[in-house]
Design a protein around this ligand. Structure first.
Ligand SMILES: O=C(O)c1ccccc1NCC(=O)[C@H](O)[C@H](O)COP(=O)(O)O
Length: 236
């Protein structure tokens, strides 16, 4: 299974085209008004139409209720829902059942103690996104451009795939992939020239660097990225 690369927070046709053309496997759209990457439903619908069939469309929400989720699903028909708030495992399971879509749950990591939450979430989600816990003064629960100590993930053994996230960029993604062999990598700030302003050259560079480090590449060898007992999700 090759490394999955997600470019998150896309909000323009030009940068979406760049990500698709460079070979992104997943494209993320943020539905969270305080974010500089927030995209309205109409724009998101047009972007989703462009991405359909070329990459998996990920709708990112933060503690959204069913009405908001239903509006987003109707507008963009995402391939996956990314839940980036304080959603409980029970809420994750309920959303997955209600919308019959694969769900990726984001979990903030700052210390080893934060890994304890993974056990409950891996029972209900299809994927985990391991992101840096937001800094104390952060306005956003994600998209802060802050890495966490990757050594915390040494020996991590999950039953579902995880995407590494948090402060990745073209300069560090190769090391991250080679050290952790994650199922996927996710980036937002690291491919921007200003908050919410994606940079075409950095998108291309990130994808190129991540691909080059992909442990499933014949030229690099290394163990496959897929966990040994990954959940076969009927919905994904
Ligand atoms: O990107 C945002 O603005 C955002 C806002 C609120 C919740 C989550 C958000 N992003 C989630 C993502 O999946 C980001 O790609 C992830 O947090 C990594 O961000 P970065 O460290 O900037 O690469």
């Amino acid at each position: 299974m090759s490394l999955e690369i997600k470019i998150c927070g896309l909000s323009t046709a030009e940068t979406l085209d760049t990500a698709l053309g460079a070979g992104a496997d997943m494209v993320g759209m943020v539905f969270f008004p305080p974010s500089p990457r927030h995209v309205d439903l109409s724009t998101a619908g047009a972007l989703a139409a462009k991405a359909r069939g070329r990459a998996r469309i990920v709708a990112l929400t933060v503690d959204a209720d069913d009405v908001a989720l239903a509006d987003i699903v109707a507008a963009i028909h995402p391939d996956m829902l990314q839940l980036h708030g304080k959603e409980s495992p029970e809420r994750v399971a309920a959303i997955r059942a209600r919308f019959e879509l694969p769900v990726m749950k984001a979990v903030g990591i700052a210390t080893a103690a934060d890994l304890a939450a993974l056990t409950a979430y891996e029972r209900v989600a299809d994927r985990l996104l391991l992101d840096a816990k937001p800094p104390k003064d952060a306005v956003l629960p994600g998209g802060n451009g802050v890495p966490f100590d990757w050594d915390l993930l040494a020996g991590l053994d999950l039953s579902i795939p995880y995407m590494l996230s948090g402060g990745l960029d073209p300069e560090n993604v190769r090391e991250a992939v080679q050290r952790l062999h994650p199922f996927g990598v996710d980036v937002s700030s690291g491919v921007e020239r200003a908050p919410g302003v994606k940079d075409i050259a950095r998108i291309v560079a990130f994808i190129r660097e991540a691909r080059a480090a992909d442990p499933s590449n014949p030229s690099t060898g290394g163990k496959p990225a897929q966990p040994s007992s990954a959940r076969e999700t009927s919905l994904s």
